[in-house]
Design a protein. Structure first.
Lengths: 147, 657
């Protein structure tokens, strides 16, 4: 092989690997991303039953039913609407009422959001950014609590 | 006084860093030895002053001086001494100071130990390193000064975030920073070479030990972070594809590619342009990571304070350095001479293969990390890209690379013989088939891909050993000769073997735990027993205790197999008094497979929610990483890295003398 051919074959190989990577990425982005929604999005019926989404907001005061088996029920609110969430497992340490929370799962036909993941942050002052934005949108933002 | 002295030390160090940048550059261009020497002295002095600043901040922490805002925010008088030390970098300002200290440490190390590098090139490296340090020092002083005072001084501090009150914080961040700040040296070398306009095989040899050091620390830092998250967060996960994890993983990937391409450049004088580009990109990814973590634009488990001013500043640094470096590269790169020739099937070809796939995988991780940000900026929709995305992009791109690893070291330079190498790997291939089939036959259930993954890890471990096996001629010559042959091998051969084997060991852990872990969540009352993976787990009730700055509820679980008691596990839930924040302390038993128990809510009727995992072979993941780092460390002791390339000047002197 001449120098030119070698360089060409190198470029072709690189192109093929790159194309493979891009193909995989596009396929995964089509399939595997999860949209973030607020409780209001669900009450406004923007979310399909069974579709995997992230639901974020504040844990509504006096809504947590815990201590009765492994399933915990609570409500997530954006102060305009609230959605009941059911989760089986152990909640993160910083999960509490009035705290920002992000849950991942899907809406059931009965209107309850079945979560398989609940994320609350390491820092007790920390508000998930999506939640903060949602609250700002709804006009319920109460100052910057982040340090 | 301490805080003011610390602040003053930082300002002085900043000024000296600027002097270092200017003097070294001027000295290198004018070839003035005095200026170059002044630059070197400046590099050492500014490190001493940054170190002094760091020492003063540490003193403020250890002495619980809450009149310093940073100490007040992140420490508490009842904190154990160890955590008073680690609190120093358990926050944005302190960790930024650590970052700058490490940056200046590497500058000083190059100035002191870079004796085999030509003086003018070294001066340019010291200059670039000084520039990076001074820009970050400016950032520190302007936006993140850790020495700001409070008046009046509070009596008590707010305590360190309880999740960080763990030995992990003592190890993970310093290691990680030594790693990804360490790549700044490779970056500085690349810039210096581009300014100098001369890049040859020797350059790769000079830059290699620095890249290796950074890579070793980054490997250990990432592994430590993963282990820490695993035992501390109580979720039993060891990798979350969290954006901030990705921020440290991307420089690791690029750094791994750089280590490999630098070999080609050193041995064959080829791939020069690409290696320079990789050196620039690796540190650029480190800078990107710093931006992602500290600007607050990401939702992540690592939440540093979000401050738009800081974000903007780092973004400017990011654009300045990356843009400047790439412009210089575009201008000077094409002038670099062509390197040695090689056939596609050769050792060089194999290393190019490695670089291609690692780069593609890095692009996949980068896309997954930045896509949500880009999408939100474009049309406002909020999405999250999680593990499924990375599993189907990163995973498939890794497989061809892993298959190819055992081939690489067996290939000859310039022109290899794939068929001959395949024949030498025949035995390993047979072993893989046997192990895979045996696994399918004797192991029920599990995903279809699991046996393939296990076969692949056997392929990696055994395949890495073939090179040593053949070189030792074990069985063909007397045993003592074999041992002599092995000990006489270049250290880099051992390094390669350990590095590749570590990859296989880690892969085995990853495949096993992903495919066969068992999780159960249940309510248990005192006296009840449950079974998991052959273990009997009996819950004996709870007791309360108090620690230095927390109180805790401890559950007692007796672990037995076939009626024989093996261990007592005591997972706990803690409440830290100062912040009234709960943490979960998981308890674990076994090695390398682990039983993992954490406790949750108390029930109305004495019961407690218990989460039990069986994590088969999980420890292999971190053991594999330690193997990799160990391989890097052995490679670092290779003779050729210490001796350096012969220099003409020295030869002339010798003749004259």
């Amino acid at each position: 092989m001449t120098r030119k051919q070698k360089r060409l074959s190198m470029i072709v190989a690189a192109g093929m690997v790159l194309a493979l990577a891009v193909g995989l990425i596009l396929w995964a982005l089509n399939d595997q991303i999860v949209f973030f929604n607020s409780p209001s999005d669900i009450t406004e019926q923007k979310v399909k039953v069974g579709q995997r989404i992230r639901l974020g907001g504040l844990v509504e005061d006096d809504s947590i039913v815990r201590g009765e088996g492994t399933t915990i029920v609570f409500s997530v609110t954006d102060n305009a609407n609230s959605i009941k969430v059911s989760y089986t497992g152990i909640l993160p340490d910083l999960f509490r009422e009035g705290q920002g929370v992000v849950t991942e799962g899907s809406l059931q036909a009965d209107g309850v959001f079945l979560a398989d993941t609940v994320l609350a942050k390491h820092d007790e002052n920390y508000m998930p950014r999506e939640v903060a934005d949602t609250l700002k949108e709804k006009g319920y933002w109460q100052g910057d609590k982040t340090k | 006084m301490i805080a003011e002295l610390g602040h003053f030390a930082l300002v002085l160090a900043f000024a000296i860093a600027i002097a270092q940048t200017v003097l070294s550059f001027w000295g290198a261009r004018a070839l003035d030895v005095r200026l170059i020497d002044m630059g070197r002295t400046a590099a050492v002095t500014q490190f001493l002053f940054f170190g002094m600043g760091f020492a003063f901040l540490t003193m403020a922490y250890v002495g619980s001086d809450f009149s310093v805002k940073n100490v007040w925010e992140n420490s508490h008088s009842t904190q154990p001494l160890l955590y008073k030390f680690t609190s120093v970098w358990g926050n944005h300002e302190g960790s930024m100071l650590l970052w700058v200290v490490i940056l200046s440490l590497f500058g000083a190390l190059v100035a002191v130990f870079g004796n085999n590098v030509p003086a003018s090139l070294r001066a340019l490296v010291v200059s670039v390193q000084g520039l990076i340090t001074s820009v970050f020092a400016l950032f520190l002083l302007v936006t993140s000064n850790p020495f700001i005072r409070l008046d009046p001084a509070p009596i008590e501090g707010q305590d360190l975030n309880p999740i960080l009150q763990d030995l992990g914080l003592a190890i993970h961040p310093p290691m990680l920073y030594l790693g990804y700040v360490g790549f700044s040296v490779a970056f500085s070398f690349a810039i210096a070479a581009l300014i100098d306009g001369r890049i040859d095989a020797a350059w790769a040899r000079w830059v290699r030990p620095w890249t290796l050091i950074a890579w070793i620390f980054l490997t250990l830092g990432i592994a430590m972070g993963s282990y820490w998250a695993y035992y501390e967060l109580g979720w039993g996960g060891w990798w979350f594809w969290d954006p901030v994890e990705n921020a440290s993983f991307m420089p690791w990937l690029a750094g791994t590619a750089l280590l490999h391409s630098a070999i080609v450049m050193e041995k064959r004088d080829a791939l020069k342009v690409w290696t320079i580009l990789l050196a620039i990109l690796t540190f650029s990814l480190s800078l990107l990571g710093a931006f992602l973590v500290r600007s607050g634009i990401l939702t992540s488990v690592h939440s540093f304070a979000s401050d738009p001013e800081r974000g903007l500043f780092i973004l400017m640094i990011l654009f300045g350095f990356i843009g400047g470096a790439l412009t210089l590269f575009a201008w000077r790169g094409p002038q670099l001479s062509q390197g040695g020739l090689f056939q596609p099937i050769s050792r060089e070809g194999a290393l190019v293969f490695n670089n291609l796939f690692i780069s593609a995988a890095t692009i996949a991780v980068l896309t997954g990390t930045l896509y949500p940000l880009a999408l939100e900026a474009i049309n406002g929709s909020k999405i999250s890209v999680g593990a499924p995305f990375f599993n189907i992009t990163f995973g498939p791109l890794m497989v061809p690379l892993l298959i190819a690893i055992p081939f690489g070291p067996l290939m000859t330079w310039k022109r290899g013989d794939l068929l001959a190498v395949a024949q030498r790997l025949m035995f390993v291939f047979g072993l893989v088939i046997v192990v895979t089939l045996a696994f399918v036959a004797f192991h029920d259930g599990g995903p279809v891909l699991a046996p393939i993954g296990i076969g692949l890890s056997v392929w990696l471990v055994a395949g890495s050993l073939v090179d040593l096996w053949e070189r030792s001629k074990l069985g063909k010559v007397p045993f003592s000769t074999s041992v002599a042959r092995l000990t006489g091998l270049p250290r880099s051969v051992w390094g390669t073997t350990f590095g590749h084997m570590g990859m296989g060991v880690a892969l085995l852990g990853i495949v096993y735990v992903s495919a066969f872990e068992i999780e159960t969540v249940l309510v248990m009352k005192p006296g009840e027993t449950t079974q998991i993976a052959g273990f009997d787990v009996k819950y004996n009730g709870i007791r309360e205790e108090s620690g230095p700055n927390y109180s805790q509820v401890i559950g007692t679980f007796v672990i037995s197999i076939d009626g024989q008691q093996r261990s007592i596990l005591e997972p706990a839930k803690r409440i830290y008094q100062a912040r009234q924040v709960p943490t979960t302390e998981a308890a674990r038993y076994g090695s390398p497979s682990e039983l993992y128990i954490s406790i949750g809510d108390f029930q109305k009727d004495e019961g407690i929610v218990v989460r039990i995992y069986y994590k088969p072979l999980i420890q292999l993941i971190w053991i594999g990483c330690i193997f990799m780092a160990f391989g890097g460390a052995i490679s670092l002791t290779d003779r050729r890295l210490r001796v350096g390339a012969p220099k003409r000047a020295r030869a002339k002197q010798a003749m004259a003398g």
